[in-house]
Design a protein around this ligand. Structure first.
Ligand code: ADP
Ligand code: GN1
Ligand code: MG
Length: 369
């Protein structure tokens, strides 16, 4: 994607029904790896909004994507209302364009969308205290319940085979064979690490195919920074980044939060001696998640959560390393070897999870692991 210039950003801002003239700040906001996120203010500074350029290299069907988001947010709003919550704050609100559409295509062909800014919230890049991590877990479990009766067949598959781990493995093999930038020679240990876990990649999809675990409507990108918490009270407020809400497994949502939260390091920590998987934080998250989403889960699905933690971490590492081999065109990077550092961190976490995997199973499924 070409960089976003100030004129392009301002032209996009003027296409939406923000209720008045706007001022734009062309600095990126937040720490997402995929879309280009900006904050725009009404000129009188009474209200701000999120304006995002959708990454159409990643999401090639912005119409289908926005149809999903409008449908899902409508559904969530009704649930929140029925539960006595505040739908204005607890759910993303899509701002229409001046012509009433859910997204805007600019003169360069970029796709844009806008949301109300959810004020007085924080999102965690790392877990500071375990109470917050438990809240993220409860909020995601509640989100899953609220989508339990969403008509899954109406959802567009916004990224094909998103959590198909064997397919991610196959894509890695292709990137390795092509070795477009001659980088493979520097990553022999990481390549061996992935190859040794080829069979593991199949575990969750095999369980699904065997009918042992259910397909649900899931978020699929439950990095902890995709949950907003109240700045003052720490209460769980809003699940954001709904681009990948699609049919999936609860293991995916559980797993990606464990990957990003149950440790004491950044996702891109370059010093592997500072990477520690934290079994206690895993347990904290598991208890929170099961307290809201667990009542509809049978034994096999609970067991699958531990596999989700390991496989989402392995899969993400495989994706980072694939992007490294292909020239860093998928994930935003801020330095050379950024994707390599990210991949190594994921593999360190996977190795540490393997050392305590029996305990991980016991925690999510104490009766029958
Ligand atoms: P990406 O897909 O690139 O991760 P996100 O939709 O997650 O993009 O947005 C990136 C960041 O912007 C989030 O991590 C959060 O900090 C912030 N953000 C996104 N939407 C909102 C919102 N409606 N209100 C407040 N902050 C938001
Ligand atoms: C991306 O969009 P963001 O930054 O929340 C990616 C996730 C990865 C994550 C790794 C659509 O998430 O799948 O797990 O980076 N999202 C997409 O940090 O590919
Ligand atoms: Mg995000």
């Amino acid at each position: 994607m070409k960089p976003v210039t100030e004129p392009i950003l301002c032209a996009a801002a003027s296409a939406f029904d923000f209720g008045g003239p706007m001022v734009c700040d062309s600095h990126h906001y937040g720490e997402g790896h995929i879309n280009d996120t900006f904050v725009v203010w009404r000129a009188d500074h009474t209200k701000r909004f999120i304006l995002q350029r959708i990454n159409t290299d990643t999401f090639t069907d912005p119409a289908g994507l926005m149809e999903n988001i409008c449908g899902v947010t409508r559904h969530l709003r009704a649930k929140i209302q029925a539960e006595g919550g505040d739908p204005g704050r607890e759910c993303l609100n899509v701002i229409p364009t001046l012509s009433g559409a859910s997204y805007y295509i600019d003169t360069e062909g970029n796709a844009w969308r806008a949301y109300d800014f959810v004020e007085n919230t924080v999102c965690l890049q790392q877990v500071g205290c375990e109470a917050d991590f438990r809240t993220v877990a409860e909020t995601l479990g509640k989100f899953q319940n609220q989508l339990a009766d969403y008509p899954a067949s109406t959802l567009h598959e916004t990224i094909a085979r998103f959590h198909d781990t064997p397919n991610r493995y196959a894509n890695f093999e292709k990137a390795l064979a092509a070795d477009a930038l001659g980088r493979a020679k520097t990553i022999a240990p990481e390549i061996a690490f992935i190859h040794a876990r080829k069979k593991d990649c199949h575990v969750l999809l095999d369980q699904l195919a065997a009918g042992e675990i259910p397909l649900r409507v899931t978020h699929n990108d439950t990095k902890i920074n995709n949950v907003l918490l109240d700045e003052a009270t720490g209460k769980g407020i809003c699940v954001i980044d709904l681009d990948t809400v699609m049919p999936g497994l609860s293991a995916y949502d559980f797993g990606d939060s464990i990957r990003t939260g149950a440790n004491d390091c950044a996702e891109d920590e370059p010093d592997q001696s500072r990477v520690h998987f934290d079994l206690h934080l895993y347990e904290v998250f598991a208890k929170g998640y099961l307290s809201t989403a667990g009542s509809t889960m049978h034994t096999a699905e609970k067991r699958s959560l531990a596999w989700g933690a390991k496989l989402m971490t392995l899969e993400c590492g495989i994706r980072f390393l694939t992007d490294y081999l292909e020239g860093d065109h998928y994930f935003h990077i801020a330095r050379p070897n950024h994707n390599l550092d990210r991949a190594r961190t994921q593999f360190t976490l996977v190795r540490q999870m393997e050392d305590v995997f029996d305990q991980m199973l016991e925690i999510v499924c104490p009766d029958n692991h």
